[in-house]
Ligand binder design. Structure first.
Ligand code: XMP
Length: 525
């Protein structure tokens, strides 16, 4: 059972490009609820979801290729407004009786488009000359009868068409990418003018809907939620708390691998802001003991994952025991699964295991919890907005990604209390300076890595030093799958470097990591 919403979705049919998630996000930015479905889903199933509109995504295939994804014409006759994009546009044209040809004229990247019908539904209020992002080989050469051509480009005589009567629309280019000058306006025109939707998907509305659906699902059962200090678990907890506050117990396992101030953010600030009932398990020594002498990154991850589950499981059993005594069975465990995880686990081909990421979950079967996943319909930016709506502290809402195994995988070498203290201090200085320079939202994250097994000679106050280097790893990214190293201003780098070498006794050298991902990963371990 999922945590359902009472919304009619805009279905984004995924024809296999990487663009479907982006389209779904843009639709939501236009304040309309969207869901992604695979192109293999039958028309009956799609219609059973009562879509308010349908968007056909781009795809890598040529409509002429063997096994090219197929569009069922029935979807275009169901009376549901449809927008076809790129491949979806061509498939739509083909289905409706237009011609799609291999013109031999590929268009890729920035392309000038001319809007020939400035009063049209998709292009009303926009300039006649636009720069659009293209990626196609085939092109629609004859528009289907009953549609009017509304735009052209040098390589696509029919670059957009529309039929207001049947509410069918299409564009050859990608309105969802930022390189397309009026892309978001085209999407909004389709949704609001073409399909006649109301822009009601706002964070206040989402929070209200989710709270109501959690309340309905939970009834008077008891709920447990693990807090990590990150935005996902915090917002998930805040939602459940808003729904069934006195039936929720949050558990924070302090493994001692968080950064400076983060445990306090959970234990004090989050509790003060939301009023959740929090159990803190101080497991710092236990994690240090388990990690003693271990340098191998995968080994560290496994140990942390294993210890985490054990500690959390014990806490859950204790809570289940005491809640039983009150007569409320503990039935639910909250998990901060996001919509991209749901989409990717449903349709993905499975990525290679580069690093074993651990998350709360994988609890033994005998605990018998039903999962409650309040964020499984949301993208990360929406989670943040809902968090703000619920009064989650900004420091948590805007926290940059931080790995579950924490500072342990930012110490190259074995982990011990002193090394953790050194890294924590250096990291705090880097974060302070990045914040002071107003760069928090510019960068994706900036791991600070302690090379604990490396020493170099330095000189400080006339004395020779023999300390450790730290590495600054500032990266820019959209989704952490790929990343580039961030060109931080030299003066910010200089301040970070001089403060760390002055203030952190064990560190006498600061170096900058200028590797993109790939080939480097973001974290060093
Ligand atoms: P990499 O190092 O694989 O990191 O380029 C990609 C993103 O994932 C985070 N990361 C982790 N998150 N458990 C987590 O929850 C982990 O074991 C883990 N390892 C890396 C990393 O911070 C980056 O945002």
């Amino acid at each position: 059972m999922t945590d359902t919403l009472h919304e009619r979705p805009v279905l984004v049919v995924d024809f296999g490009a990487q663009y479907a998630q982006l389209i779904a996000r843009r639709v939501r930015e236009a304040h309309c609820y969207s869901e992604i479905v695979p192109h293999t889903m039958s028309t009956e199933e799609m219609l059973a979801r009562q879509p308010a509109a349908v968007v056909l995504s781009g795809g890598p295939s040529s409509v002429y290729a063997d096994g090219a994804p197929w569009l069922d014409g029935g979807l275009l006759e169901a009376g549901v407004p449809v927008l076809g994009i790129c491949y979806g546009f061509q498939a739509m044209a083909g289905c409706l009786g237009g011609d799609v040809a291999r013109t031999g004229q590929r268009e890729y990247g920035h392309t000038p488009a001319t809007i020939t019908e400035p009063d049209s539904t998709l292009f009303a209020g926009q300039p006649a000359e636009q720069s659009v992002w293209m990626s196609h080989g085939d092109a629609v050469t004859t528009a289907p009868s009953g549609t009017r051509v509304t735009a052209t480009t040098p390589g696509a005589p029919v670059a957009a068409f529309e039929d207001d009567e049947r509410r069918l629309y299409g564009v050859q280019w990608h309105p969802e990418v930022l390189h397309t000058s009026h892309g978001q306006q085209v999407l909004e025109n389709f949704l609001l003018r073409g399909a006649g939707l109301q822009p009601t998907w706002t964070s206040a509305h989402v929070a209200e809907e989710l709270v109501a659906s959690i309340r309905e699902k939970v009834g008077d059962a008891h709920v447990i939620c693990g807090l990590s200090g990150g935005v996902d678990s915090s917002v998930a907890a805040a939602l459940v708390n808003a729904a069934v506050g006195d039936q929720l117990t949050c558990v924070f396992v302090d493994h001692g691998l968080l950064r400076e101030g983060e445990a306090e953010q959970v234990e004090q600030d989050f509790v003060a802001a939301t009023g959740v009932d929090l159990v803190v398990v101080d497991a710092q020594q236990r994690f240090l003991d388990a990690l003693a002498g271990v340098s191998d990154p995968e080994q560290k991850r496994k140990i942390i994952g294993r210890e985490f589950i054990r500690v959390f499981e014990q806490a859950a059993r204790d809570i289940a025991g005491s809640a039983d005594a009150e007569g409320h069975p503990v039935e639910f465990l909250v998990q901060g699964t996001l919509y991209p995880d749901v989409v990717e686990s449903g349709g993905g081909t499975g990525a290679a295991n580069i690093k074993s990421h651990h998350n709360v979950g994988g609890l033994p079967d005998d605990l018998q919890f039903t999962l409650i996943e309040p964020l499984r319909t949301l993208f990360k930016d929406e989670v943040r907005q809902v968090g703000l709506e619920l009064g989650v502290p900004e420091a948590i809402v805007w926290r940059q990604p931080f790995p579950g195994p924490g500072l342990a995988i930012r110490i190259v070498g074995a982990v011990d209390a002193d090394r953790l203290a050194t890294l924590r201090r250096a990291d705090a200085v880097a974060r302070e300076e990045l914040s002071a320079a107003g760069l928090d939202r510019e960068i994706w994250q900036c791991p600070v890595v302690l090379l604990a097994d490396v020493r170099s000679v330095g000189v400080q106050g006339d004395a020779r030093t023999y300390g450790h280097p730290v590495v600054l790893r500032p990266v820019s990214s959209e989704d952490a799958m790929t990343a580039d190293w961030t060109r931080l201003p030299y003066d910010v780098l200089a301040r970070i470097s001089s403060r760390i070498t002055n203030e952190v006794a064990e560190v006498n050298r600061v170096v900058l990591d200028v590797t993109s991902k790939p080939p480097g990963t973001i974290e060093w371990e």
